[in-house]
Design a protein around this ligand. Structure first.
Ligand SMILES: Nc1ncnc2c1ncn2[C@@H]1O[C@H](COP(=O)(O)OP(=O)(O)OP(=O)(O)O)[C@@H](O)[C@H]1O
Ligand SMILES: [Mg+2]
Length: 588
């Protein structure tokens, strides 16, 4: 018998029931005649508080609320990829079709298509002992991804029977399992998992591999590890969405979960259009074949927005369990935090900083701590990386969402308004940004890119830091007073900023750059620095050096040398040598 209660009060997305309902905390409920989806978020002996994930307009006191007996959960099975959901995993195919419309409320739709037949290849046999996580079947879910059907983490036992390979729906029985206590359980493709509970793993590995993005400032200067966390804070229009799109398109993650929280609806439509058209360079498949979108645009209910990041990370963990590397983009966690604030306000809780509830930090950490490189229950290795955009009012990083996020992420890619205004993109500022993964990743770079990689990277940063302190002096007394070697540092820093850090997302070659080219670009800039420095130390005036075209040539390498034309770097080395000889001759 499912427990029921009666609505006593309604305040926006929050609904109160009087009396002891017997509901449990975090239980999923159906609210009112329209059976709106809700979740129990507060319980006392005489009041039950529920947040409703759909519009409550028209809901009346006296209507009934029915408990479901289980926590707010998502359905996990083939059909998640190449799909778009709202914050509680209801499909939003409407958004794709009409560009904006969303699901009407109270409609009891299945999260995933239950009628679709999937080509299924069984990989277990009768008599086999299986555990939570054991892969029992493989299903080509999209052209890019093979879905591994697994035993639910809380089950184990002996396989009694297995169906032959063939076409099955997600609810068809694929195998029968006998538990140690003798119960028989039908195994299907479907699992159900509560969104607020991390899926179990065997163990967590330390960070050891970068999540490569093809973006130079990220991969070379401030890399994120696979299984790592990063924040992209930035004011209005500084490039948060663009940066996340670039990572979604080009990173070497197997699967992308893109959570649009509270951003404009047309941006989500844009993502859909872009990703459907875009071809994954690695596989030749459409990008959507490895992508899931979760959309809770600004016009959709706030409670579902609150849930959306946990729904997203649960889907990500599920694919991680299959042995995939998954990257989550959340745009923007500030809009998510605003949903938290709005709900907290409705509940009349005591506000903390700037009206955000005191549990803002713990809720953020409940999201970010689910990232990681893991050994899964079935022994495979997979990862969930989380990249959250933060949109602080006026770009002021001292506000609570940015500050609290900073506590839980290990990469900070700070976007800068003045860089964006001067059209230096990506507007990630090298002086405010950092990555705490550098030491963890150094061995990987040494082995897979170049043994000098980290050293070169540190030298680039050192030059940029010197530029920043020199600019303090220049601001006060002008650049004329600087000695020539310092003027050269400014010139080389300019080459680094324009030639290396600036990267054009709209340029076919420059939009995604392999590590090999990033390394060569650093190498050539540092070679130019070395040669020019020795000219300066031989007394050659900086004005003569700067009259040479070499600096501009090095800056436009990013456009002039294709990603697969790395042999051209030899010509540039020669050009630098010629420049060196020429300047020496001129001043002999
Ligand atoms: N890497 C880049 N290359 C070229 N242009 C860029 C790049 N990053 C950002 N831009 C430019 O900046 C504009 C704004 O970027 P974007 O929409 O990502 O900002 P945002 O921080 O998400 O803004 P909002 O606060 O409105 O969400 C883009 O439309 C684009 O013109
Ligand atoms: Mg944006």
């Amino acid at each position: 018998m499912l427990k029921t209660g009666t609505i006593y009060g309604i305040n926006g997305p929050v609904v109160y029931l009087k009396g002891n309902t017997g509901f449990r905390m975090s239980e999923m409920v159906y609210v009112g005649k329209e059976r709106l989806v809700g979740e129990v978020i507060g319980l006392t002996s005489d009041t039950t508080t529920i947040q409703v994930f759909e519009e409550t307009t028209g809901l009346k006191p006296g209507e009934e609320v029915t408990a479901t007996g289980s926590a707010l959960s998502v359905i996990l099975a083939p059909g998640i990829l190449n799909n778009i959901f709202d914050g509680i995993e209801r499909p939003l195919s409407e958004i794709a079709k009409s560009g904006g419309a969303y699901i009407s409320r109270g409609i009891n739709v299945d999260s995933l298509d239950t009628g679709k037949l999937w080509d299924t290849h069984m990989v277990i046999e009768p008599g086999q002992t299986v555990y939570g996580g054991t892969i029992i079947a493989e299903v080509p879910e999209t052209s890019a991804i093979v879905h591994k059907v697994m035993v639910s983490p809380d089950l184990e036992g002996t396989i009694l029977s297995v169906v032959p390979d063939g076409s099955y729906t997600i609810n068809d029985t694929l195998a029968v399992l006998q538990t140690p206590s003798g119960d028989e359980v039908n195994l299907t493709m479907t699992q159900k998992w509560p969104i607020r509970v991390p899926r179990p793993v065997n163990k967590r590995f330390p960070a050891s591999k970068p999540l490569l993005t093809g973006q130079r400032i990220l991969d070379t200067l401030f890399p994120i590890a696979k299984g790592g966390t990063a924040a992209i804070p930035g004011g209005f229009g500084t490039g948060k969405t663009m940066t996340q799109h670039q990572i979604a398109k080009w990173s070497d993650a197997d699967i992308i979960i893109y959570i649009g929280c509270g951003e404009r609806g047309n941006e989500m439509t844009q993502v859909l259009e872009d990703f459907t058209k875009l071809v994954d360079p690695k596989t030749g498949n459409a990008l959507m074949a490895r992508t899931t979108l979760i959309a809770n645009t600004s016009n959709m209910p706030v409670a579902a927005r609150e849930a959306s990041i946990y729904t997203g990370v649960t889907l990500a963990e599920y694919y991680r369990d299959m042995g995939y590397h998954v990257a989550i983009m959340a745009d923007s966690t500030s809009r998510w935090a605003e949903a938290l604030r709005e709900l907290s306000g409705r509940l009349e809780e005591m506000p903390a900083e700037e009206g955000f509830p005191a549990y803002l930090a713990s809720r953020l950490s409940a999201f970010y701590e689910r990232a990681g490189m893991m050994q899964n229950l079935n022994g495979t290795e997979g990862s969930v990386s989380i990249i959250g955009a933060v949109s602080p009012q006026g770009g002021d990083f001292s506000e609570p969402v940015t500050q609290n996020t900073k506590r839980f992420v290990r990469c900070f890619w700070g976007l800068d308004k003045s860089l964006a205004y001067s059209r230096h993109f990506p507007a990630i500022h090298w002086l405010t940004s950092y990555s705490e993964y550098i030491n963890d990743l150094a061995p990987w770079y040494a082995e897979n890119v170049d043994k000098n990689f980290i050293d070169y990277r540190n030298r680039l940063i050192a030059i940029l830091n010197q530029e920043s302190s020199l600019m303090e002096i220049v601001k006060l007394i002008g650049s004329d007073v600087l000695p020539d070697d310092q003027k050269l540092t400014l010139e080389i820093a300019r080459v680094i900023r324009l030639g290396f850090l600036q990267q054009n997302a709209f340029h076919p070659e420059d939009t995604c750059v392999p590590m090999s080219k990033q390394m060569k670009m650093m190498d050539i800039i540092l070679y130019l620095n070395k040669k020019a420095k020795s000219l300066v130390s031989l007394g050659m005036p900086i004005s003569v050096l700067k009259s040479e075209p070499i600096f501009e040539h090095i800056i436009s390498i990013k456009y002039d040398v294709g990603n697969d034309e790395l042999e051209k770097f030899d010509d540039y080395k020669k050009e630098i040598d010629d420049f060196y000889d020429r300047v020496l001759e001129k001043n002999a």
